[in-house]
Design a binder for this molecule. Structure first.
Ligand code: ADP
Ligand code: ZN
Length: 717
């Protein structure tokens, strides 16, 4: 602290933050001392600040090289929102505009210039750079996404290789490489390829503390679970699927359920893709359903939930994709649905590879991914160990740490399973074995005469999924093996024999059968949510009027602070983390007004629901039903008397409810059922009837759900 006491002031003044994150401060000090640097931080770690703050504090121009045009615009917009003089030059800028910007640079007004590598090194641009160097001074070259320089990385760009000529041309200008790459090999390559001179290397932890990791088995109810997750989330959601087709299907289904979801995949036209992306960034669409093609080029800090509807191919991809949640350090959730048929799809894709070496690596990586998903240890520990970082013990922020899953003794089941493998002479795969255990009459079983085996039908008490879970676990625990010739034939080993002889017991992790009960949030939490929502609305309005994404006005964390502190004046407002000098003058009053308005409104509880209105059209037939209902007749009685079907009567009654008529729903749907339906509606929201029914099960009829839903809708308007 002592050596550079003014750093914190500069941070607050320019960016509104109170303190540095580790290791930002050390990096910035070395940057100010003109050292070469290699900065490795996970996504959301706060890399940009490491070159942006020094750029503002040093004389001259800092040149930032960035491969992604969309990101450039983004970063420059963000800086300008903080009143910082930044600009960019790339192929999207017209020649006329470019000249204006070049003049601004030569006048010394610009502190940060973002530029694409191919332009930077062009014949036309280098002379300009020389001029800047002599007249204004180049304070540093910051090479963002520096892993692009390496063939070993996942995103090699040949034009990055030319960057070394900068070092030769301007030997005294410090050079900073920044990346989120996790692997050792790429790091070494960056130093070599950029010609970094004895760089100070800073590696931040890859632990993303604010992310909650969870894996769930993908069951039939997966879609309903997804709806519930979406309802629980305030803020943006990314849902990753393996294929374009799945993306399309899921986006369509969600739209059908009145959820504003957009698709994103390589099959869409460029304009569709960028349109959908912009809508997502601007919070016009809350949900993005995407293949992994989505996310590389965007930097939306306030994604609150990333769902992998299908499993990833490897753990590094999973880490990077799920890592798009919570870049702003606010708590966010990452959830993976594990299904073995998705695993099969990936295996099939891997088998299409022609290079054997590549195939083997891909298979091994997939295996590690499955191990993670099936694992019962702390998820964070597994992930970090993959990157060679040790993390011991309970993280308190993953499903395995928060709800350790119970182990059950399944020795008997394992014996049944393994002896069935033995009876089939170790010549078949899992599906066939399970079919035999469950006594199925598949053609294959009949053809082979496997219905005559002593193990045929001895496992009817367990579902297909349960047997599969056991089979997987046996493989996972090394108590059974599988050929890797593409047929996945099950083979016994010495441990299997021990199990079969009852010399070894088998425990497996079983997911809890009952769903967690509905959570009721406290009144206080709900109030904070209401204010948060109002502040988000204001933020959205301001953002739209300036054509920027909402997060550039203020991040979610700053809005959250507003709901807690409820500042009364500009002085109090300026104290909030995220409020710099520029934003205070720009937006302070507007946000204070909303907060104070909310506090005043809240005091005398306002009448929420308007009284009955009878203005809406009621048809004659509805009126007749209504009259009989008011006389206390049941649905069946009304149906009989009017010679109509009872579903028609119910339709009348629910329409009457929708038209705000006093239908006594208690006469039609038992109160306890109503309660349950209402709970589910609160979770899932205004979705179609089918998912609600899927959630509730067979004892609830569509009619009952429709009635309660209409009543609920009426209320929530
Ligand atoms: P990266 O480029 O490493 O993915 P960013 O530079 O985009 O990360 O920073 C991620 C988020 O963290 C941004 O919203 C940024 O404003 C915020 N941030 C960075 N440094 C700090 C800090 N010292 N205090 C609070 N927020 C910070
Ligand atoms: Zn954990």
């Amino acid at each position: 602290m002592s050596e550079y006491p003014h750093l914190e002031n500069a941070l607050k003044h320019h960016f509104g933050y109170d303190s540095f994150r580790s290791p930002q401060r050390e990096i910035i000090i070395e940057a100010l001392e003109n050292r070469d640097l290699l900065v490795i931080m996970p996504t959301g770690g706060g890399k940009s600040l490491c070159f942006q703050l020094p750029a503002l504090m040093k004389a001259g121009l800092t040149v930032v090289v960035s491969p992604l045009i969309a990101l450039m615009q983004d970063q420059v917009d963000g800086l300008r929102k903080n009143g910082i003089a930044a600009t960019f030059l790339n192929s999207s800028v017209s020649p006329h505009q470019a000249r204006i910007r070049e003049q601004a640079i030569m006048s010394g007004k610009v502190k940060l210039l973002y530029v694409a590598p191919e332009r930077l090194l062009s014949e036309r641009f280098l002379p300009l750079l020389d001029l800047v160097h002599h007249q204004i001074g180049i304070s540093a070259f910051a090479i963002d996404e520096a892993h692009c320089v390496s063939e070993w990385g996942h995103d090699f760009r040949p034009e990055y290789r030319q960057m070394i000529s900068l070092r030769q041309r301007y030997p005294n200008v410090p050079m900073w490489g920044l990346t989120a790459t996790a692997t050792e090999r790429v790091r070494a390559d960056i130093i070599k390829q950029l010609g970094l001179n004895q760089p100070s290397v800073h590696v931040a932890s890859f632990n993303r503390q604010n992310l909650y990791y969870e894996v769930r088995p993908k069951k039939k109810t997966v879609y309903v679970e997804l709806l519930e997750l979406i309802r629980e989330t305030e803020g943006s959601v990314i849902i990753y699927c393996l294929t374009r087709k799945k993306v399309e299907e899921l986006a369509f289904k969600l739209q059908h359920d009145h959820i504003c979801a957009l698709p994103y995949h390589a099959g869409l036209s460029d304009s569709e893709r960028s349109e959908n992306q912009t809508k997502f960034i601007r919070d016009d669409a809350r949900i993005m359903v995407a293949t992994i093609a989505f996310g590389m080029g965007i930097n939306k800090p306030d994604v609150r939930l990333v769902v992998h509807y299908d499993i990833s191919r490897n753990l590094e991809s999973y880490y990077q994709e799920s890592g798009r949640a919570g870049r702003d350090s606010e708590s966010s959730r990452c959830l993976l649905f594990l299904s073995y048929s998705d695993v099969k799809t990936i295996e099939w894709l891997i088998e299409q590879k022609t290079d054997e070496q590549e195939q083997m690596i891909a298979k091994q990586q997939l295996r590690q991914m499955i191990d993670y998903a099936e694992g019962t240890d702390c998820r964070r520990t597994i992930q970090l160990s993959y990157f060679g970082e040790r993390f011991a013990g309970n993280c308190g922020n993953c499903d395995n740490c928060c709800n350790p899953k119970p182990l059950e003794d399944w020795t008997i089941e394992a014996m049944k399973f393994l002896s069935c493998v033995a009876r089939c002479k170790q010549r078949f795969g899992m599906k066939h074995i399970i079919d035999i255990l469950r006594g199925s009459k598949t053609q294959k079983i009949l053809d082979k005469g496997h219905d005559k085996l002593s193990t045929y039908g001895i496992g009817k008490d367990k579902t297909l999924d349960e047997w599969r879970m056991l089979g997987r676990s046996l493989l996972h625990q090394g108590l059974l093996e599988q050929t890797d010739d593409g047929y996945a034939v099950l083979k016994l080993n010495s441990f299997s024999l021990e199990v079969m002889k009852k010399q070894r017991s088998v425990s497996i992790v079983v997911p809890p059968k009952e769903k967690a009960t509905f959570q009721v949030r406290s009144d206080k939490a709900q109030e904070a949510d209401i204010l948060f929502h109002k502040l988000r609305e204001l933020r959205k309005q301001l953002a739209d009027s300036q054509s920027v994404p909402p997060y550039m006005i203020f991040g979610d964390s700053t809005l959250r602070l507003m709901t807690q502190v409820k500042p009364k004046n500009k002085q109090e407002f300026s104290q909030l983390a995220g409020v710099g000098t520029h934003k205070l003058t720009q937006y302070g009053d507007k946000f204070i007004q909303v907060i104070q308005g909310y506090l005043q409104d809240k005091s005398p509880q306002k009448q929420k629901y308007s009284s009955l209105s009878t203005n809406e059209d009621i048809s004659d037939t509805e009126l007749q039903t209504f009259e009989l209902h008011k006389q206390g007749l049941s649905v069946q009685e009304i149906a009989q008397q009017r010679d109509l079907r009872s579903t028609t009567i119910i339709r009348h009654l629910s329409d009457l409810i929708a038209k705000n008529q006093p239908v006594d729903i208690n006469l039609i749907v038992p109160v306890n059922k109503q309660k349950k339906i209402l709970q589910v509606l609160d979770i899932l929201g205004d979705v179609a009837l089918t998912p609600i029914k899927e959630y509730l099960g067979d004892s609830y009829s569509f009619d009952e759900i429709r009635l309660v839903k209409n009543k609920w809708k009426r209320k929530s308007n």
